[in-house]
Ligand binder design. Structure first.
Ligand code: RAM
Length: 344
């Protein structure tokens, strides 16, 4: 598969092409056979997303389910309706009581879940964070979608490009405690200050990964900052809600909206000219990798030590890096030239 914008080169492009294409790249990419499961006891893996009803997690957890089924384990998904840490605790506690083999969790807070995670680990449950990490000391492994630096940079580059590197911008984030968004926002602020002196970040607001709240916060931002030239939303829920608002407002085409979105949610706003370009990784691959990481931990193939290596089915071999972190790949930019090729 080719990427029409031709911005990626060599091995990275090949890997990402396989990773994003969702099909047809298994063999020849260092991929395993998918029959890594050799233990007789079934590996039970429970996915706990930030919240239910978010298409991003529907896709990531579907990838997790595929992997778990591939290796003959049992998959389930539980989670709160709202993206709050308190709501996630009870689900972790229940899995601990059931001695589930592994939990794969996108955390709504870096610290608030650590006691529950500790209890789960004492009960023999391996804990993999993916998408949004806890503090590194309270989980076994974090499966990171892309480096925080890379994610922050692609977002700043896109907004700078779309507003002529000058003017007021705001950030519409997820929940105020989300470790992933907060890490990206810190790095975006640094990049803006160091490399884009004419861009002024005037506000950071939180839509809590709730569609209506994100929609209302967009309206409020535009009202409060009449000179706003762009919005960066580092959340798939936020960017889709902001684009929906802009698409029918008189600011359409005047205020840029970019950040992290799924092609399926953003397609109509790219096609109607509300959105020029946004970025993401493949959530399905992220969930798939997280599920294989859980299996490798449960089987004792890895412990989370730097340099540990394991096979993740069709995605091939991965190596654990520092802070017990595994990296999926690079973020990828979607625009009108390539969005038609993607379906997630
Ligand atoms: C939302 C969630 C998720 C984040 C994506 C980009 O779906 O906040 O944690 O990784 O956006």
């Amino acid at each position: 598969m080719k990427f029409p914008n031709g911005k990626m080169a060599g091995f990275a492009a090949v890997t990402l092409a396989c990773s994003l294409a969702l099909a047809g790249c298994g063999a020849g990419n260092g991929g395993g056979s998918g029959d890594e499961g050799s233990s007789s006891k079934k590996t039970a893996v429970t996915f706990i997303p930030k919240n239910l009803g978010n298409p991003y997690f529907d896709t990531s957890d579907k990838g997790g389910e595929k992997a778990v089924k591939e290796y003959g384990g049992t998959y389930s998904q539980v989670g709160p309706q709202e993206g709050s840490p308190d709501a996630q605790v009870q689900y972790i506690d229940t899995e601990a009581q059931k001695h589930t083999s592994a939990i794969v969790l996108s955390a709504n807070d870096p610290k608030a879940l650590c006691d529950s995670i500790g209890n789960a680990q004492k009960a023999g449950t391996k804990v993999v964070t993916f998408d949004a990490d806890t503090s590194p000391d309270c989980r076994d492994i974090f499966v990171n979608q892309a480096t925080a630096d890379g994610i922050a940079k692609v977002e700043v580059d896109m907004i700078a490009d779309q507003i002529g590197d000058s003017g007021e911008v705001a950030i519409l984030s997820a929940s105020a405690n989300a470790t992933n968004q907060n890490a990206w926002i810190d790095l975006m602020k640094k990049d803006l200050a160091a490399n884009h002196p004419k861009i002024k970040l005037v506000d950071v607001v939180y839509g809590n990964d709730d569609d209506q709240t994100s929609f209302d916060k967009t309206a409020a931002l535009l009202q409060k900052h009449p000179n706003l030239k762009g919005i960066i939303s580092p959340t798939t829920v936020g960017i889709a809600a902001a684009a929906r608002y802009l698409s029918t407002s008189n600011k359409k085409g005047k205020v840029a909206i970019t950040g992290l979105g799924t092609p399926n949610q953003m397609r109509k706003y790219v096609e109607d000219g509300t959105v020029k370009e946004f970025a993401l990784w493949n959530p399905e691959d992220l969930g798939y990798l997280a599920a294989y990481t859980a299996k490798a931990l449960v089987d004792g193939d890895i412990s989370g030590k730097e340099g540990d290596k394991y096979k993740a089915g069709k995605l091939g071999e991965f190596t654990v890096g520092s802070d017990a972190t595994v990296l999926l790949g690079d973020p990828f930019k979607f625009n009108k030239d390539n969005i038609g090729k993607f379906n997630f």
